[in-house]
Design a protein around this ligand. Structure first.
Ligand SMILES: C[S@@+](CC[C@H](N)C(=O)[O-])C[C@H]1O[C@@H](n2cnc3c(N)ncnc32)[C@H](O)[C@@H]1O
Length: 251
């Protein structure tokens, strides 16, 4: 499955980066969520060791590096990482980007990082508890784990009819063959789960959960109102249910 996810992200990287235009001033949490500079959930990151998992085009790691953090960004997709490397150069910051499957953090030191961060990447992980245990291992005692997902309630609702069209009670693997505007076919794989499962996996890994945030910030700076994204985040629907959920947990 990981091969299919890697392939999809290599194929999608260019259009994802062009259409989303994610900022590098502050780490973002996702569509219609305030960014980290507004939340200050992670405190002052200057001098902190941060591991970003599923870093994509590197914008969050770059934002942390601009604020003085020592950041490492991991991703499965070489195309996403190439974007990240180029963007870090453009922004004149140093981030260590590395191709790594975040299902396991083999090769990364235990009790080392102050913060593990992730935006919209953990929905591609089949065994969340195993992944969370690895994150717990690499964090120092008292270290923070902050991450966002697409809100599982949002994932259950049709963006066309605005009715519940997926079974929220049933966690499942999603596998869809997409046809893109140029006619090419692409296999998309991700995992849908309930809020309580995400919460439960954190507990099983040993974390204390400090906060769950369900934001809806119409004013947040992002590109999610334009083009392709308008279909995924239609105004009428996002005003009833925000598409992002954020968890803050501590070792
Ligand atoms: C929606 S993008 C989010 C990227 C970035 N955090 C952002 O906010 O733009 C999801 C990312 O997760 C990465 N990913 C998916 N499964 C992964 C895995 N098992 N190991 C590492 N990265 C993975 C993808 O390659 C993709 O770059």
């Amino acid at each position: 499955m990981t091969k299919e996810i890697e392939k999809w992200w290599n194929e999608a990287s260019k259009s994802y980066q062009e259409s989303s235009q994610i900022e590098t001033k502050s780490a973002h949490y996702g569509p219609y969520a305030p960014n980290e500079n507004k939340y200050r959930m992670l405190g002052n990151v200057k001098g902190k060791r941060i591991l970003e998992i599923g870093c994509g085009g590197g914008q969050c790691s770059i934002a942390f590096a601009k604020q003085g953090a020592k950041c490492t960004g991991l991703d499965l997709s070489s195309d996403q990482l190439k974007h990240a490397e180029d963007l870090a150069k453009k922004n004149k910051v140093s981030v260590k980007f590395q191709k790594h499957d975040i299902q396991s953090l083999g090769g990364f030191r235990s009790n080392y990082y102050d913060i593990v961060f992730s935006a919209f990447a953990l929905q591609y992980i089949p065994d969340l508890t195993r992944c969370f245990k690895e994150i717990f291992r690499v964090l120092r005692k008292g270290g923070l784990f902050a991450f966002s997902f697409e809100h599982p309630f949002y994932s259950s609702i049709s963006t066309v009819t605005f009715r519940v069209d997926k079974n929220y009670n049933k966690s499942e693997k999603i596998k869809e063959i997409e046809t893109w505007p140029d006619g090419s076919k692409h296999t998309f794989v991700a995992y849908r789960r309930k809020v309580s499962e995400i919460f439960g996996s954190l507990l099983k890994a040993g974390f204390s959960i400090e906060n769950i945030i369900e934001p809806f910030d119409r004013k947040s700076e992002n590109a999610w109102r334009k083009g392709y994204w308008k279909k995924i985040y239609p105004k009428k629907l996002i005003e009833m249910i925000g598409p992002t959920i954020i968890f803050k947990a501590r070792k």
